[in-house]
Design a protein around this ligand. Structure first.
Ligand code: URA
Length: 208
């Protein structure tokens, strides 16, 4: 399984700013998008390109275009929406497949309450976006859903990941790729990541 902790000064600096508890909603939201753009840059390194000829200023010129069907970005409601603009800044033509999951009160399993996938999932790379990879319950359920829709190539982009969640993903879906700005220390007793960012959804939407 490929797990990439993106090691770049801009990423380290921006994530450091986000860890400050008194950061404004505006800045937290902006930084979520900026780090999402930098993670997207790393996660798209292996996209295949093909030659095509265009009419340049001095005559025909061979240029490169990304090959194949457009990527689909998969934001997980609600916090994943905070990373979506940053991903779309880098891949403006991507299709967006929105999913919403919540924990069932009795079974404690994530259940889907919203699923609107784009077509031809079997021909696309899916890029899941969610700020926090904590227990990985939501991620695993989302990957299950995408695979059931025929998706063969799945990547996940997270601002912060917990080792416990990564271990679960490795055991369940070893074929997916994870890109994160930081692998943090651990989960606390309430399943929040330490040192983490706190409740990322609340901080992105200003609901705390
Ligand atoms: N979700 C969050 O928003 N923060 C965590 O630390 C874990 C899950």
């Amino acid at each position: 399984m490929k797990i990439v902790e993106v090691d770049h000064p801009l990423v380290r600096h921006k994530l450091g700013l986000m860890r400050q508890a008194d950061l404004s909603t505006k800045h937290f939201r902006e930084l979520s998008g900026e780090i999402a753009s930098l993670l997207t840059y790393e996660a798209t390194r292996d996209l295949e390109t093909e030659d095509t000829e265009v009419e340049g200023w001095a005559g025909p010129v061979t240029v490169q275009r990304i090959k194949g069907r457009k990527i689909t970005v998969v934001p997980i409601l609600r916090a994943g929406l905070g990373m979506l603009p940053g991903v779309l800044d880098m891949i403006p033509a991507a299709k967006v497949s929105v999913v919403g999951l919540q924990r069932d009160e009795t079974t404690h399993q994530p259940t889907t309450y919203y699923e609107k996938l784009t077509g031809r999932m079997d021909e696309r790379t899916a890029m899941i976006v969610d700020p926090m990879l904590a227990t990985a319950g939501t991620l695993i359920a989302t990957v299950d859903m995408l695979k059931a829709a025929g998706c063969k190539r799945i990547k996940g982009l997270f601002l912060v990941a917990a080792p416990e969640g990564l271990d679960r993903v490795i055991a369940t879906h070893p074929d997916i790729e994870i890109y994160t700005a930081s692998i943090d220390e651990r989960l606390n007793e309430n399943r929040y990541i330490l040192p983490g960012l706190g409740d990322a959804g609340d901080r992105i939407f200003g609901t705390r």
